[in-house]
Design a binder for this molecule. Structure first.
Ligand SMILES: CC(C)(COP(=O)(O)OP(=O)(O)OC[C@H]1O[C@@H](n2cnc3c(N)ncnc32)[C@H](O)[C@@H]1OP(=O)(O)O)[C@@H](O)C(=O)NCCC(=O)NCCS
Length: 169
């Protein structure tokens, strides 16, 4: 299995992976809308030339107190084809892509997701770092991973996703 940056020719397969994993169109359509936004990051997992997994990041804003121009990405969505789940593909996608996010200058990644899954990769409840989600979600479901030590020191505020997210809720 290979993890690599998404290419133009992957777009339709990536759409299908998201549709299959989430059993609806919202996440697949959201990715198609966000792809042209600056500073998005998209990686695919490839097995025998088939795209079996996908991870996407888009920039978020902090409304509140934080260091100026802090580059933070929101991880969403993460999808693995149902028949390929529980084989470590999601884990590989996360581990590989967060390194790339750090190389791009991103200081932290937030995620709204399964609270039993993301802590395996170092995510902690965002509340512990002073960050709230703009949506009404359980505290433990909104998590953050600092990519630079102390990047979120003194931060306090609400994380706002791109407006496109509200269209695909
Ligand atoms: C969530 C998802 C991306 C995980 O991908 P995956 O390739 O199956 O996950 P991995 O095989 O890498 O699992 C890594 C670890 O997490 C565990 N895990 C996998 N899915 C999990 C889940 N939904 N909840 C809790 N733990 C989970 C695995 O058992 C494994 O643990 P281990 O290393 O201790 O054995 C995949 O199940 C999926 O596409 N689900 C549907 C879409 C979705 O919910 N996306 C995430 C939105 S937050």
């Amino acid at each position: 299995m290979d993890i690599r940056a998404e290419r133009a020719e992957d777009i339709s397969a990536v759409h299908k992976v998201n549709m299959a994993a989430f059993e609806r169109e919202n996440e697949a359509d959201l990715v198609d809308r966000l792809r042209s936004v600056a500073s998005t990051v998209s990686f695919v997992a490839v097995e025998f030339e088939q795209i079996v997994g996908h991870i996407f990041y888009s920039p978020v804003e902090i409304e509140g107190e934080c260091a100026d121009n802090l580059f933070i990405l929101g991880l969403a969505p993460l999808a693995v084809l149902p028949e390929h789940q529980r084989q470590g593909i999601g884990a590989s996608l996360i581990q590989h892509s967060v390194e790339e996010c750090a190389r791009l200058g991103c200081k932290a990644v937030v995620v709204l997701g399964h609270p039993e899954y993301y802590p395996k990769f170092g995510f902690v409840p965002a509340k512990e770092k002073g960050l709230r989600c703009e949506y009404a979600v359980p505290d433990e479901a909104f998590m953050v991973l600092e990519l630079a030590r102390g990047a979120l020191k003194g931060c306090s505020g609400t994380v706002k996703y791109r407006s496109e997210f509200r269209e695909f809720e």
